[in-house]
Ligand binder design. Sequence first.
Ligand SMILES: Cc1cc2nc3c(=O)[nH]c(=O)nc-3n(C[C@H](O)[C@H](O)[C@H](O)COP(=O)(O)O)c2cc1C
Length: 366
Amino acid sequence: MGSNLDRYNMAAPTVKPVIAVPFYSMYGHVATLAEEVIAGVEAAGGIAKPYFIQETLPAEVLTKMYAGTSLTPKYPLLEPQHLTEVDGFIFGIPTRYGRAPAQVSAFFDKTGGLWASQALNGKYAATFTSTAGQHGGQELTHLTTLPFFVHHGCIYVPIGYKEPYISDVIEVHGASPWGTSTVSDGDGSRVPTEGEKRVARFQGEHFTKIVAQAVRGRHLLEADAAGTSAAGTAATGTAADGTAAVQSSQTAAAQPTEAGAASSAAATGGAAVAGAARNDEPAVRAAPLETDKAATAPAAPAAPAAADAKVPATDAAPAAQSAPASAPAPAAASQEAAPSTTRATAPVPEKKKGGLFSCCSANAID
Ligand SMILES: Cc1cc2nc3c(=O)[nH]c(=O)nc-3n(C[C@H](O)[C@H](O)[C@H](O)COP(=O)(O)O)c2cc1C
């Protein structure tokens, strides 16, 4: 047998990368870009799974902020487990003071269990954003989000300058080599332009092509290791007549995905949305807002188990990465699941008195 392509075509001809597009959007600009990113993922042959990041601010604050989009999420709400079910994720994150909004940080804080088990290690990540002003912190928002991906062991994929509009200096625009973006103006009146939307589609396509290389390469390696036809059959779900069925690379994760979708749908119900079809999930609209769910989540006990968490091999098959085994163990499900064991044994200093920094130690400045 000849080339790598021949071998690949036997092993995994139709495996599609699965890309999550989770985003938060209070006024709709990031949501508009997200639709283009999703279109780009699909144009490049990927399976897009859009999610909305949960609003966390109280209703009275949201009213004063004239919040819109975040009150009626169009897609299922993102849960940490969703990230284990995909090959990569392109996060849409509007700027707050040059960094991610608290809503996005609150979601990141919920991924402590995944961090402890390194369930996202080796997955691909990218970001897109929106600011009010041209120099309001778009690149900072990308940059200051990097630590989240780094600690999870994700591979960050910027877009560079391959799409010419990114280098354009004739008109105001938000696109940068980090990722697509838009400039909303202080009153939100400026909407994403055709050029910005084009870069957003480019980002979806570019990211998907990069991830596809990894996904297909992994299947080829697995096929080589296990015997081409057997691995190919397993990877693609080849039918008895030899016809390759198109499948997502996360086939093995289909069960958890469907279970998640079912629970989402049960919790929410509602009108059909485009994303539901993309997700192969029942039509759902996210539930009416509740107050911060994270705040009411039961606190996990200190987790010595987290210190023992085994880091899965980065080239683990999707099944291994996303199988229920990679779900956070109860003890490790909280951000409190720090890997250090010394903290539990160290004497706890008595607090001197209350004050702004009284949480920190007896030496707190107050
Ligand atoms: C609390 C707060 C902080 C903000 N900080 C910045 C900022 O640092 N720089 C900037 O240009 N815009 C800032 N903005 C404007 C938002 O970035 C802009 O409205 C947002 O990108 C619009 O995205 P959306 O329509 O998807 O919500 C801020 C908005 C709010 C509400």
